[in-house]
Design a protein around this ligand. Structure first.
Ligand code: EPZ
Length: 409
């Protein structure tokens, strides 16, 4: 695989920034929005609440939530995606009321939202559950200190959303430090909020009376960039991955160097040159700046053809190795015990029919198909489409033999 690929805006920032626009009375011009299914679903959600949301050009989304007249997001609406939980923080922050069904999303075992609820309650909300619906209400929200028992991206962002318009100062301790947490804080600040410390484990939010419209550009997608970097390493390719923030890629770049690839960093791009011999490596996924769990399946695919035995420990989710059964159909030799995978490198993979079990597992299957000898067909593309913009087009432009087939049934 050779050539250049341009990375889209970050999915996990976009899926929080679009709901965050609910807090703003005025026009939010959001640039560098990835054209993915999760974004389409969120736009529909905002419209059904009474906001306007329209693309101007390919990647600029204009949202005006001034006219929102509902605080209720039923199951039919939210079941398609996890990030719909951001509607709770945003609606509560603006209207002091949110009525949102428990979210759907990829299944990695239990996905509790107790830390989100703990934060809303600390701010003064009364939160109850009724038939799968979270109801949060408050007379007013007041700044307070919140210590997260687990480092949670979703809880950190959701509490920021609920706190930006609260009275006084809120601090979030043991906050998540992911690049998209910083991006949401920067978006809110661009609209008039006062959020400081995002990117550290202590975030301090001084409540303001209102947010106003403005323009903001979403950061590049760390995980899409990582997926193409791993693809270059796995195919002995030479790929310039453009529109990235190299700092966000450090853990992935370091691991690729360890397995033998050459990684060259530039201001806003990274070149990866794969080596014919892939060395084994051990990985433990961790919150940022550790190795991202959302890159775990892609790295396991790469290690499946490494020389020797590698071990990958999933340190974030209880159950994120479901895709391994599919990878074994292609000839990989992997033993999974709970949160640990032991990967015996094989000489090569052989093409076979597989399915995407979830978003990143699906990305892993595409990488596996690219390196396997013969033809691989991947079904259940709806998972991949949730989070990757034009994945097959981007790989095809790098010389991969990949195409989407539309089936009638
Ligand atoms: C976000 O999920 C991402 N999703 C996930 O990416 C990503 O895997 C995850 O962060 C970790 O980086 C979105 O941003 C939409 P968490 P999130 O709250 O926020 C536990 C992808 O592929 N926890 O940081 O839901 C939880 O069980 C997706 O793009 C609690 O115990 O994850 C997990 O073990 C998949 N209580 C850990 O914390 C809570 O209240 C981290 O979860 C919340 C979380």
């Amino acid at each position: 695989m050779a050539g250049e690929v341009t990375i889209s805006g970050a999915k996990n920032a976009a899926v929080a920034i679009i709901p965050a626009a609910i807090l703003v009375k005025g026009k939010c011009v959001i640039e560098n929005v990835p054209r993915i299914k999760d974004v389409d679903v969120l736009i529909d959600m905002l419209r059904s609440l009474g906001a306007t949301a329209e693309f101007q050009g390919e990647t600029t989304l204009v949202v005006d939530a001034t006219g929102i007249n509902k605080c209720c997001a039923p199951y039919e609406m939210v079941r398609k995606m996890r990030a719909s939980y951001y509607l709770i923080g945003a609606l509560l922050g603006r209207f002091l009321k949110a009525d949102v069904a428990m979210p759907g999303g990829c299944n990695f075992g239990s996905r509790p939202i107790d830390q989100h609820i703990k934060g809303f309650e600390a701010l003064g909300a009364y939160v109850s559950r009724d038939a799968g619906v979270i109801i949060a209400e408050a007379d007013h929200l007041t700044g307070t200190n919140i210590y997260l028992d687990v480092v949670s991206v979703g809880a950190t962002i959701n509490i920021m959303l609920a706190a930006v318009l609260a009275d006084g100062i809120t601090t979030i301790e043991n906050a998540a430090k992911e690049p998209h947490v910083v991006d949401i804080a920067n978006f809110l600040n661009a609209m008039g909020a006062q959020v400081k410390g995002a990117g550290t484990d202590l975030i301090r939010i001084t409540g303001v009376p209102a947010l106003r419209g403005g323009t903001y550009s979403i950061i590049p997608d760390q995980i899409e960039a990582g997926t193409f970097m791993v693809a270059a390493a796995a195919t002995q390719g030479n790929v310039l991955v453009k529109n990235v923030i190299p700092k966000h890629m450090e853990s992935v770049s370091a691991k690729l160097a360890e397995i033998g690839a050459t990684v060259e960093e530039y201001d806003d791009s990274i070149r990866v040159i794969g080596s014919p011999v892939i060395h084994k490596a051990n990985i433990k996924t961790l919150p940022y700046p550790g190795f991202p769990t959302d890159m775990q399946p892609q790295m396991v695919v790469l290690l499946s053809i490494a020389e020797g035995t590698s071990m990958v420990v999933e340190g974030v989710w209880d159950s994120r190795f479901q895709y391994v059964d599919e990878l074994e159909r292609l000839g990989a030799n992997i033993r999974v015990d709970g949160k640990i995978a032991v990967i015996e490198g094989v000489d090569h993979l052989e093409g076979a029919p597989v399915r995407a079990t979830d978003l990143r597992g699906g990305a892993g299957m595409v990488l596996a198909g690219l390196i396997a000898q013969g033809e691989t067909t991947i079904t259940d593309l709806q998972y991949i489409d949730r989070g990757y913009e034009n994945m097959e087009g981007k790989f095809a432009s790098l010389g991969a033999d990949i195409k989407r087939i539309i089936c009638d049934d």
